[in-house]
Design a protein around this ligand. Structure first.
Ligand SMILES: [Fe+2]
Ligand SMILES: [Fe+2]
Length: 355
C-alpha cells in the first residue's frame, strides 16, 4: 500500500540573569538559586535521566503501522488515498482490537519514529515531555514575597484577583485537589496568550523579543504539566468540565484583550493570581498535614517531571508545584515592572528556565 501511494507522488503527514529593575522583586539569593535550578534542569536531563534518541522503524506484526496522506497530487489520487486510508483505518482498528501493542506510524517522508530511552535502556514513557525538560524545583524560593499595590492599576489588578477568589472559594470549598486542577486550567492560559501576542508583535515589527516569547510559553507549558499531574489525582466530573469550558471561553478572550490594551496590567493580574495560587497550595498542604486529605503516592508523571524520588508523595508534588507558582509570580510581577518603568519586554532579558 505504501509503495502504491509513493508512486502516486506526494504525501501529507496528517497530521546577565535578567536585568533587575526592582530589587524588591528578585532577591540575590532567589536569583542565585534559580540559576542553580536552571543548571540542574539542564544537567538533570543529561546525567540522571540521560535520554538519547534512537530512530528506528520496528516491524509491525499486524502490518498496519503506517498512515500517510497526500499532498501535491491530484484530487483523484487524494480520493483514492482517502478511500484506501479509510479501509486502512478500518483494518487498523480491527488489528488494534486483536493486538493491543502500540503501533508505529510510518511515513515515507523519512521521519522515523523516535524512541527516547532512559540511561538504563528502558523506554521513556512520556510523549508530553522529554527527559531534558525535567528539572528539580527550587524549593528555596521565598513564598511570602508580595507586591504591594502601588498605583491605581496595581490596586485594580489586586482587587480583581481577590474578587475572583470568592466564587472559587464558594464553589470548591475544601476540595483542594479539584480546586488545584481547575486553577491550572486557567493558569496555563496567560503565558500562551502573552507569548502568542509577543510572537506576532515580533513578526510585525521585525524585532527581537528579548526571550520573553519563550519564557511565557515555557510558563504555559509548566502550568499545563501541573494540570496533567492533578488530573491523575482528581478526576474531573461533568460539571467541572463544563465550568472549564465556560471559564476558558471568557478568560482567554478577556486576557487577550487585556494584554493588547495593557500588558503591564495583564502581567500584574497574573502576578497576583500566582500569589493566590501559592496561598491555595499552602492550604492544600495544611489539609494534607492534618490528614484531611490522604497523602497518596505521587503520580508517575510528577515523579518523572520534577525528578522526584520513587517514593514521593502527593505532598512532595504540591511542594514543587507551589515553588513553580512562586516563580511564575516573580516573572509576571517583573514583566509588569518592566512596563511600569516605561520599558518594553524586548529590552530586558527574559528569565528563561525560570520554573
Ligand atoms: Fe500551576
Ligand atoms: Fe503559576
Amino acid at each position: 500500500m505504501v509503495a502504491m501511494m509513493m508512486r502516486q507522488g506526494g504525501t501529507r503527514l496528517s497530521g546577565s540573569m535578567m536585568t533587575m529593575l526592582g530589587a524588591r522583586l528578585f532577591s540575590h539569593s532567589a536569583a542565585g538559586t534559580t540559576s542553580t535550578a536552571g543548571r540542574g534542569f539542564a544537567s538533570g536531563g543529561n546525567s540522571s535521566l540521560v535520554g538519547f534518541l534512537r530512530g528506528s522503524i520496528p516491524a509491525n506484526d499486524a502490518g498496519v503501522n503506517w498512515i500517510v496522506g497526500v499532498r501535491s497530487c491530484s484530487t483523484v489520487a487524494q480520493q483514492e488515498v482517502q478511500n484506501s486510508g479509510a479501509s486502512h483505518a478500518s483494518s487498523a482498528a480491527q488489528a488494534a482490537d486483536s493486538n493491543k501493542e502500540e503501533k508505529e506510524i510510518v511515513s515515507y517522508w523519512g521521519v522515523p519514529p523516535v524512541k527516547v530511552v532512559n540511561k538504563d535502556g528502558t523506554v521513556w514513557k512520556w510523549d508530553c515531555f522529554r527527559p531534558w525538560e525535567t528539572y528539580q524545583a527550587d524549593l528555596s524560593i521565598d513564598l511570602k514575597k508580595h507586591h504591594v499595590p502601588l498605583n491605581l492599576l496595581d490596586k485594580l489588578a489586586y482587587w480583581m484577583v481577590k474578587a475572583l477568589r470568592m466564587p472559587a472559594d464558594l464553589f470548591f470549598q475544601r476540595r483542594y485537589g479539584c480546586r488545584a486542577m481547575m486553577l491550572e486550567t486557567v493558569a496555563a492560559v496567560p503565558g500562551m496568550v502573552g507569548g502568542m501576542l509577543l510572537h506576532c508583535k515580533s513578526l510585525r515589527r521585525f524585532e527581537q523579543s528579548g526571550g520573553w516569547i519563550k519564557a511565557l510559553l515555557e510558563e504555559a507549558e509548566n502550568e499545563r504539566m501541573h494540570l496533567m499531574t492533578f488530573m491523575e489525582v482528581t478526576k474531573p466530573r461533568w460539571y467541572d468540565r463544563a465550568l472549564v469550558i465556560s471559564v476558558q471561553a471568557v478568560f482567554f478572550n478577556a486576557y487577550f484583550l487585556g494584554y493588547m490594551i495593557s500588558p503591564k496590567f495583564a502581567h500584574r493580574v497574573v502576578g497576583y493570581l500566582e500569589e493566590e495560587a501559592i496561598h491555595s497550595y499552602t492550604e492544600f498542604l495544611n489539609e494534607l498535614d492534618k490528614g484531611n486529605i490522604k497523602n497518596m503516592p505521587a503520580p508517575a508523571i510528577a515523579i518523572d517531571y520534577w525528578q522526584l524520588p520513587p517514593d514521593a508523595t502527593l505532598r512532595d508534588v504540591v511542594m514543587v508545584v507551589r515553588a513553580d507558582e512562586a516563580h511564575h509570580r516573580d516573572v509576571n510581577h517583573f514583566a509588569s515592572d518592566v512596563h511600569f518603568h516605561g520599558r518594553q519586554l524586548k529590552d530586558v532579558s527574559a528569565p528563561l528556565g525560570y520554573h
